[in-house]
Design a protein around this ligand. Structure first.
Ligand code: ATP
Ligand code: PRP
Ligand code: NIO
Length: 435
């Protein structure tokens, strides 16, 4: 096992690449990339970094040269033969050849496209522009690089024993969380923490702790796998994933009128339906408001396996989903509900208590698994914060995300107003976003 504290101490003086593999990314990015490669290969998009934590002044904390060095390193990566063999030959969700030969050929020649970086008002403006299947691959490495560089800026000031004790405390915290999770009967949980992790080796440690503490679900345990493809490959775990807001956001931005706009989120899932079955048929309903989305959904969507709850009040959203399934003649007990929004142990216990037995409950645990360094150093300088990287335009049209929590909304005000009208979204309750 890597002694992370000693390694951090010894590596202070040399370049230590943060992202070293093109599959050090979320599995759903690859699923979506293949789908976009098939359905919208020529759409041009811009993705942009969005730091929701304005008080974290990234451009003052992270050296621009180091940031460029890391981004350039990532641009130099190519799919290795071993990675390609794994993607082509492994079984994902019980299916062989999940990735089609034409997509694999494209991916084998893939390189991350250029980036645009500027400093403004203590923040970095980092944007990526180009073909959708290429640009979207930047989201996870860009976030992981920024999060880790911000952490390193703090770690570089620390001495050997301080580091040793810091990691000992952080490890004890993760382990205590896992011990608490062990008390939940019938728990199912996955690691979703790649993008805002403390560091790669730390995420890998957390995943190993989950394997030992909860047991691999393939062998009867509670840990269903990791969304990180590289870690899944190296640790022989299931690579897990659903789908993300970028699909409905971009399809919606391409709509030519309000009628097309109102249908765009269903078109996304119709395309997904063509490609995937079983546990990959998971609805993400909150992009333009969960309630309206479900009310106006075509009947075939009620036949899907489950739903991912990613914003707003999770209890209310899960109740809305249960009522919707019942109204469409479906048995909620057969349906999977994946909670994934800023979770930590107490909330998972509460949600599990409320919904297990009524639906199949599962959790995607992100930042507070792989980056809970809150309260461990002065000024909370290692605490995770809300950093995201989103599609902001498609073929020149701005994208919009309303979400069930207006604090997570993105897009120009007049477009937000238009989407609210088209999707019938009324007053919304804002809740604080921690990660
Ligand atoms: N950011 C990363 N992404 C992917 N793999 C990593 C990363 N950091 C470390 N590893 C891998 O984890 C293992 C332990 O890392 P460590 O860096 O301590 O080993 P190492 O042999 O000293 O490698 P290096 O000199 O490249 O850092 C190695 O297999 C290494 O390749
Ligand atoms: O435990 P967590 O850190 O929340 O990790 C998982 C989250 O990451 C993703 O969203 P992302 O943060 O990219 O966008 P959002 O906050 O706008 O949903 C995903 O949709 C989950 O919400
Ligand atoms: O597959 C997902 O739904 C996922 C993976 C990582 C982070 N957020 C969501």
């Amino acid at each position: 096992m890597v002694d992370i504290a000693t390694r951090v101490y010894n590596h202070k003086w040399k370049i230590d690449p943060i992202v070293r593999s093109l599959i050090d990314t979320d599995f759903y990015k690859l699923l979506m990339c293949q789908s976009i490669f098939r359905n919208k290969p020529d759409t041009t998009v811009t993705f942009s970094l969005i730091n929701r934590a304005k008080d974290v002044r990234l451009a003052e904390l992270i050296d621009e040269g180091e940031l460029r060095e890391q981004l350039d390193y990532a641009r130099g990566l190519r799919l290795t033969r071993g990675e390609s063999t794994w993607l082509r030959g492994n079984t994902f969700y019980g299916k062989r050849q999940m990735f089609r030969p034409d997509f694999m050929e494209w991916f084998e020649n893939f390189q991350l496209p250029p980036y645009h970086l500027e400093k403004r008002d203590g923040q970095y403006e980092l944007t990526f522009e180009g073909k959708w299947p290429e640009v979207m691959m930047w989201e996870i490495p860009a976030l992981a690089i920024l999060m880790e560089l911000r952490g390193r800026a703090v770690l570089n000031q620390m001495r050997r024993f301080e580091l040793q004790v810091l990691y000992a405390r952080a490890m004890a915290r993760v382990w205590e969380k896992i011990e608490e999770l062990r008390t939940i009967p019938g728990l199912k949980i996955a690691d979703f923490g790649t993008r805002r992790r403390h560091g790669f080796l730390w995420q890998d440690w957390c995943v190993q702790a989950m394997i030992e503490g909860l047991g691999d679900a393939a062998k009867g345990g509670a840990f269903t796998g990791t969304s990180n493809c590289l870690i899944a490959m190296r640790r022989d775990l299931e690579a897990v994933g659903t789908n993300a807001h970028e699909l409905p956001m971009v399809y919606a931005a391409l709509a030519r009128n309000d009628e097309e706009l109102s249908q765009a989120p269903y078109k996304v899932l119709a395309d997904w339906h063509e490609e995937h079955d079983g546990n990959l048929r998971i609805i993400l309903p909150d992009t333009f408001g969960t309630k309206g989305f479900l009310e106006h959904a075509p009947d075939w969507l009620a036949g899907w396996t489950g739903i991912r709850i990613d914003s707003g009040d999770p209890v209310e959203s899960a109740e809305t989903a249960i009522a919707w399934w019942k109204s469409r003649g479906e048995d909620p007990r057969q349906k999977l509900v994946i909670f994934s929004d800023g979770l930590d142990v107490a909330e998972m216990k509460r949600l599990h208590g409320l919904f297990s037995g009524r639906v199949k409950v599962s959790f995607g645990w992100g930042t507070l698994l792989t980056n809970d360094f809150r309260g461990l150093v002065p000024h909370d300088a290692l605490a995770p914060f809300s950093l995201v990287c989103k599609a902001v335009s498609a073929d020149g049209h701005p994208t919009v995300k309303l979400s069930d929590n207006p604090s997570k909304a993105t897009g120009p005000a007049e477009e937000i107003a238009r989407y609210k009208r088209v999707f019938g979204v009324g007053a919304q309750q804002a809740t604080q976003v921690i990660v």
